[in-house]
Write a protein that binds this ligand. Sequence first.
Ligand SMILES: CC(=O)N[C@H]1[C@@H](OP(=O)(O)OP(=O)(O)OC[C@H]2O[C@@H](n3ccc(=O)[nH]c3=O)[C@H](O)[C@@H]2O)O[C@H](CO)[C@@H](O)[C@@H]1O[C@H](C)C(=O)N[C@@H](C)C(=O)N[C@H](CCC(=O)O)C(=O)O
Ligand SMILES: Nc1ncnc2c1ncn2[C@@H]1O[C@H](COP(=O)(O)OP(=O)(O)OP(=O)(O)O)[C@@H](O)[C@H]1O
Ligand SMILES: N[C@H](CCC[C@H](N)C(=O)O)C(=O)O
Ligand SMILES: [Mg+2]
Length: 501
Amino acid sequence: MKLSELTSRLRKPLVVGSLDVDVSSVTSDSRQVDDGSIFVAVRGTQVDGRRFIGSAVEAGAVAVVSESAPETGDPTKVTWIQVSDTRAALSAMAAGLAGDPSRDLKLVGVTGTNGKTTTGFLCHHIMKSAWHRAGLLGTVQVDDGEKITVASHTTPDAVDLQNLIARMAGNGCRGAALEVSSHGIDQKRVADLAFDALVFTNLTQDHLDYHGTMAAYAAAKFSWFEAAAADPRGKKPVAVINVDDASGAELAGMLRDKMPIVRYGFGLHTDLRALEFRQSSRGMEVKLETKGRQYLIRTPLIGRFNAYNILAALGAMKAIGVPMRQAIAALAEAPQIPGRMEYCGNRDGVSVFVDYAHTPDALENSCKTLKELEPRRLITVFGCGGDRDRAKRPLMAKAAARYSDVCVITSDNPRSEDPQAIIEQVEAGMGNSRYKSVADRAEAIRIAIHAAGKGDMVLIAGKGHETYQEFAGNTVDFDDRNQARIALAERPPMDEPPRKR
Ligand SMILES: CC(=O)N[C@H]1[C@@H](OP(=O)(O)OP(=O)(O)OC[C@H]2O[C@@H](n3ccc(=O)[nH]c3=O)[C@H](O)[C@@H]2O)O[C@H](CO)[C@@H](O)[C@@H]1O[C@H](C)C(=O)N[C@@H](C)C(=O)N[C@H](CCC(=O)O)C(=O)O
Ligand SMILES: Nc1ncnc2c1ncn2[C@@H]1O[C@H](COP(=O)(O)OP(=O)(O)OP(=O)(O)O)[C@@H](O)[C@H]1O
Ligand SMILES: N[C@H](CCC[C@H](N)C(=O)O)C(=O)O
Ligand SMILES: [Mg+2]
């Protein structure tokens, strides 16, 4: 492709050099530059990508995109393009090179603090049952329609994203579900995708390390909807919004005259309304009303929060034209979503669940869900990630303490932080509740499962599907589910009642 075909997509570029150049790829990482690449020098959160312009040119870059005027290099050899927003330029060029693949399939995007992965999996499952092939992209895995691979980000960078969507379309996927993180929106990773349905699940505290304030965090989420309303890119996108959530209601108000909206929730003034919800340890039933008709949904998922995720998925399916009855039938066979309320077995009457709750709201929801199943005691093992929102640590403690009989505070992914210091910040929120702190996560899981008695439930929260634990400078293999199974298998024998002579 000629460089000129891509620069036509940029906002007011200042070009020094020739546009009649063949280009093969675009990247913001100098380490991925090849002959014919365009190097986009992004000023990142850690380093300024302009530092790598020299090495990118040496590696074969034929064009450099930067927010500053040419400084190095020879514009007769390397074309220099100055723009005001390099992340936007990266996204626009990536879409151009990939051939705007989001036009070729129905694309559902899901944003919100909690529930993106779950809703994404549900949409993917329903689309697959309706259309045979569908794509999925999110925190846990990527399904390109032919192969499933492990994901590195919730929302990958614009180049990987565009290429993955192109692969899905090429593999015959008629639709795809994509998790849209606030980082992804803010860093314009999704800026050049045309969505058919944009789902908003909820907004509660997380990621303040990145966004600074809840207002900025909300603004990032809202901007994705506003952009789609202002520039639908040839589609007629529908916003699917949880209006029981205060931010969701605010968003629906903002979008009222700008795009079609499907409002969902348990409250009145919804287009998809849950009327009743009943659960057991084996699944739940939700009675739903839409357009004056009632439906009964049966699914193996549990938890009121999952009733919301089901409404979100059904709202998205409605937006992309999957018939309601077909979608509901598929939900009866909903898959186990890795690490989301995943049942890990029962021994001696002790049952163990692993869940990815790593925000105050999620932890409260998962503890409450298990407590509602009336265990003798709920024992919760959890910790908080390092190098992430610190303000959520005592709040997660408060949420866990509220519904658990005993907590075991441990390490999540400490990353560069001191594990003990994180634990102390968690302890600050425990109040007078019963807890024990054990920094070693395997040991904490073992202690919780071995201390449990008949009728108790153990919840291991925070890491869900993760198969590693990240410490300063080293990442080790670690899987809560395996640790839970090991601890269950190694449970010491229960005290036998004394035999009568
Ligand atoms: C804070 C954050 O979001 N960082 C992401 C961001 O990095 P950045 O733009 O700040 O990059 P940087 O490290 O400062 O480097 C600046 C530029 O120099 C380039 N560089 C750097 C070194 C070099 O030798 N050559 C070179 O060209 C880099 O490629 C980059 O373009 O863009 C990178 C490329 O897309 C991401 O890999 C990186 O994710 C980091 C690893 C990360 O941990 N991100 C997390 C917080 C994240 O994105 N999470 C969200 C939400 C999770 C959820 O709630 O589900 C997600 O979507 O996964
Ligand atoms: N709709 C919801 N509302 C509140 N909590 C939820 C909801 N759905 C799931 N949860 C809780 O949040 C945890 C994470 O769920 P899920 O992975 O679906 O969210 P996510 O938005 O993808 O999270 P992440 O941002 O980390 O990728 C679950 O394990 C559960 O405890
Ligand atoms: N996508 C989230 C996942 C957090 C998971 C938790 N285990 C942690 O490490 O804090 C993040 O990167 O903030
Ligand atoms: Mg996710």
